[in-house]
Ligand binder design. Structure first.
Ligand code: UD1
Ligand code: UDP
Length: 368
């Protein structure tokens, strides 16, 4: 059976960035690909800026779902994606990651005669309090192609009883994206000049996870640890702030430490350059943990767990949670050793391998 039409569903900043290499690979192969945007992210600086900068085609379908409760948001996306899949009849739908947009795509495809490919399958934090963990587990169990980034993620899937024939260890498209854009960032981004920053003399922070910023105590602890870190290193902290976090800062009326500079969410090339030149990255983002590891910049993760344990295992990352003292100790630990780890996420050919797999190795999906 030949594959001549696929669909890709995405809805948030990390999905746009990490699907971009897959979309490019479809274009390179001349494969008919319908791009479905759920509209989960809609602010220009979380959405359109990445389409423009990464020169992606505009979505063929835009559901415009926007922000809502998880149930309302996911339900609207399922209904919208189902209608498009019924209309366009693709051979496969690809989703990437662990957001509500991903779960919606998974549910819609799995109930139709459309194979589901999950890019970044098998990640596990083992923390069911996180909406992302539920999304990724359910998506993996609905998928026909599970594109696991590492053998560790493959093992989690096997442990859950998923058929090994469905699992393909292909690395992570984050490496493809970094390879495709790192030198462009060096060439085109003047973000360091704009912010008056010197290479290796500042700390980069991102924090947006619901489990951190939706809790006053955790958000306050996190910022206290960041402030102590900036004093310890005598370095300014640059914090491109996600709207969820910004809203919560306002709601909780938490003062921002003087050494922390809040800036707007950055476009991809500027953010890559900010990462590449940071002395240290503090984050609760999934994608940023991976990118720091690929870019050889020490990372301290402001969470109690990570679904990217490979970054910790190779020595690129340390888990600190949100306790200020633990954050400072973790920073000292990371800065006290050379940044000479191996990147565990592949060689930048992940999107090619994904397309190759889909176009040559069909799984057999049985619809009751
Ligand atoms: C979502 C994902 C999270 C991912 C993050 C990437 C889920 C459950 N969460 O979190 O895993 O790490 O995207 O950035 O899918 N908002 C805007 N503009 C936007 C989008 C959101 O201002 O374009 C504000 C709204 O107030 C909204 C809040 O941010 O209520 C949260 O947005 P939402 O999409 O629900 O979750 P994220 O925190 O972005
Ligand atoms: N990112 C960006 N600008 C920013 C912050 C992050 O372009 O101001 C990129 C970052 O390089 C990474 C992705 O956004 O590729 C991570 O997304 P996010 O942290 O929102 O989500 P997560 O990965 O935690 O799901």
């Amino acid at each position: 059976m030949t594959v001549d039409r696929i669909a890709i569903a995405l809805g948030t900043r990390p999905e746009i960035i990490k699907m971009a290499p897959v979309i490019r690979e479809c274009e390179r192969r001349g494969l008919n690909c319908d791009l479905i945007h759920t509209g989960q992210h809609y602010s220009d600086n979380l959405d359109q800026v990445f389409f423009d900068q990464l020169e992606l085609p505009e979505p063929d379908y835009h559901l415009g779902v926007g922000s809502d409760s998880h149930g309302q948001q996911t339900a609207a996306m399922i209904a919208g994606i189902e209608e498009i899949l019924l209309d366009t009849e693709p051979d496969a739908l690809l989703v990437q990651g662990d957001t509500n947009s991903v779960l919606a795509g998974a549910i819609a495809a799995s109930k139709l005669d459309v194979e589901l490919g999950h890019v970044e399958a098998g990640l596990r934090s083992f923390d069911r309090e996180m909406p992302e963990e539920t999304n990724r587990v359910l998506t993996d169990h609905a998928a026909d192609y599970l594109f696991a980034p590492t053998t560790e993620s493959e093992q989690y899937l096997l442990d859950e009883g998923i058929d090994e024939d469905f699992i393909h260890v292909v690395g992570n498209t984050v490496v493809d994206a970094v390879h495709q854009n790192r030198s462009l960032a060096v060439e085109k981004s003047d973000v360091l000049d704009t912010f008056g920053l010197e290479s290796r003399e500042y700390v980069l922070l991102t924090a947006h996870r619901a489990e951190n910023v939706d809790s006053r105590d955790r958000f306050q602890g996190l910022l206290a640890g960041v402030e102590e870190t900036s004093h310890l290193l005598d370095a300014e902290v640059v914090y491109p702030i996600h709207p969820r976090a910004e809203n919560k800062l306002d709601e909780f009326d938490i003062p921002v430490p003087e050494s922390v500079r809040l800036v707007e969410p950055q476009d991809y090339l500027d953010f890559l350059k900010l990462q590449d030149n940071a002395q240290l990255i503090l984050t609760d983002s999934g994608g940023v943990q991976e990118e720091a590891c690929v870019l050889q910049v020490p990372c301290v993760t402001l969470r109690d767990n990570t679904e990217r344990p490979e970054t910790v295992d190779v020595g690129a990352n340390k888990l600190a949670g949100t306790d200020p003292e633990t954050i400072v100790q973790s920073v000292l630990h990371m800065l006290d050793k050379p940044a000479d780890w191996e990147n565990p996420f592949g060689d930048g050919t992940t999107s090619k391998q994904i397309l190759e797999t889909i176009m040559t190795k069909q799984t057999v999906k049985v619809i009751q």
